[in-house]
Design a protein around this ligand. Structure first.
Ligand SMILES: [Zn+2]
Length: 431
């Protein structure tokens, strides 16, 4: 659904027609005034659900801005004014901006068909619809269950799980609540693209745990006890859950990069002709940075277990150095921990992919979003196209699936929770 408004720019005083694709919920957006070019910010609030594909002004919409104000609808303006089209869930062609209002009827569906082709668009819109539906109907109860897991409150977890749709799947009932929660959480990631790479990387961690327990028995559980009780792994688990749920909660920030990934090559080359009109860079950048740091710290914890597995001593590292667990955890520069990923060949490519184009500087320098340039710009003037940054962000959100999986497996290994994998390899259940 597209909501059509007549508005007046507070800077130049000229009226124009504002067309906003309604995504549901609160949408912060930014646009350039089609007459004077000044940046205008606003918020559209629309009640979630009931968003249809017709272009009309529904009754439950609220448009707010300090930079423009709404005018009463008039046929004259429809005839004479220019239009700006705002989508917060699609990259918008700049060529669509400032055209006569009477010619501005491009729909999101037509736009994505043009960018991705007809078959891709149908598949893509199916995924986006699935993500929206799951965000509305499945995610709130899942988030409550995840928060108990994050807090280490495993006693109350079974009750919270019962409130999550699909939690009553009979095949899962025999297993540990933490394992069941993991399978439900994974469902949220399905619309984000293939989940196999992350699942295979979690399987790498499962194998590591099995090998540690077979070779070292109770010593492995004692090491996990130490990490959870004395080395901050419990707090790390809470932060992984908090960040993953924050990323999934803001699902609409993922839609533009999900679409851009499917865009055909000729359009990708014309990336500078598209705009992202969302006004949420600060929040997206903060979550991106959180994922990056949590991935690095997760590597440090896994490295300690890899040391036990491969070198019989949690303090003996693959680079030949001896460092106590406390030391590697205090050594917060991600580059100094990067070597650990060499012993996690399945996880390594996508942990590194978070940093594919967006330089690590985002965490160390002042970085901002320049709407006119459609770029993330640091204080040295280095630019990354905003859509490419959002693709890195999407990869980071996918990594949270892996990080949740790692925390699930370490939690389960600590109390020897019942899982199909433990049963398959004949490891004892329970402590
Ligand atoms: Zn203006």
């Amino acid at each position: 659904m597209i909501s059509r408004h007549h508005v007046e720019c507070q800077t130049c005083g000229f009226p124009f027609v504002l067309r906003i694709g309604v995504a549901g919920g609160e949408q912060g957006f930014v646009l350039g005034c089609p007459i004077c070019g000044v940046e205008l910010r606003g918020v559209l609030y629309a009640e979630a659900g009931g968003v249809t594909d017709t272009e009309a002004r529904g009754p439950r919409l609220e448009l707010r801005s300090e930079d423009f104000h709404e005018l009463p609808y008039s046929d004259d303006r429809e005839a004479d004014a220019v239009a700006v089209t705002v989508y917060t869930d699609l990259p918008v062609p700049t060529s669509l901006q400032g055209i006569p209002a009477k010619e501005a009827f491009m729909s999101p569906f037509l736009l994505s068909t043009e960018l991705c082709g007809q078959d891709e668009t149908l598949e893509l819109r199916g995924r986006i619809e699935e993500l929206r539906t799951m965000r509305e109907r499945f995610f709130p109860s899942l988030r409550r269950a995840l928060s108990l897991f994050g807090a280490g409150d495993l006693e109350r977890l079974p009750d919270a799980l019962r409130a999550v749709p699909a939690s009553d799947v009979p095949e899962l009932q025999a297993y540990d609540p933490v394992y069941r929660l993991g399978r439900l959480a994974a469902m949220m990631y399905i619309p984000l693209g293939p989940i196999e790479p992350r699942s295979l990387a979690v399987a790498e961690v499962i194998d590591l745990g099995v090998e540690c327990e077979r070779a070292y028995g109770d010593r492995y559980q004692s090491l996990l006890d130490e990490l959870f009780a004395d080395r901050g792994l419990g707090e790390h688990r809470r932060r992984v859950v908090e960040t993953a749920t924050a990323c999934l909660s803001a699902h609409d920030a993922l839609l533009a990069p999900i679409l851009w990934e499917c865009v055909d090559a000729p359009h990708r080359e014309r990336i500078n002709e598209f705009q992202v009109m969302r006004d949420d860079f600060a929040q997206v950048a903060a979550r991106y940075q959180d994922v990056f740091e949590l991935a690095s710290r997760t590597l440090a914890y896994l490295g300690i277990l890899l040391n036990l597995r491969h070198r019989g001593d949690p303090a003996k590292w693959a680079d030949g150095e001896v460092r106590s667990p406390a030391r590697i955890l205090n050594q917060t520069a991600a580059a100094r921990r990067a070597f650990i990923a060499d012993e996690l060949p399945v996880a390594r490519p996508f942990i590194e992919a978070i940093n594919r184009r967006t330089r690590n500087e985002i965490g160390h320098r002042l970085v901002g979003f320049d709407f006119r340039a459609q770029a993330v710009v640091d204080d040295q003037g280095n630019r990354v196209n905003y859509l490419l940054f959002l693709e890195d962000y999407l990869d980071a959100v996918r990594v949270t699936h892996y990080l949740l999986g790692v925390m699930e497996k370490l939690t389960l290994d600590r109390h020897r929770g019942r899982t199909p994998q433990r049963e398959d390899v004949g490891l004892p259940i329970g402590r």
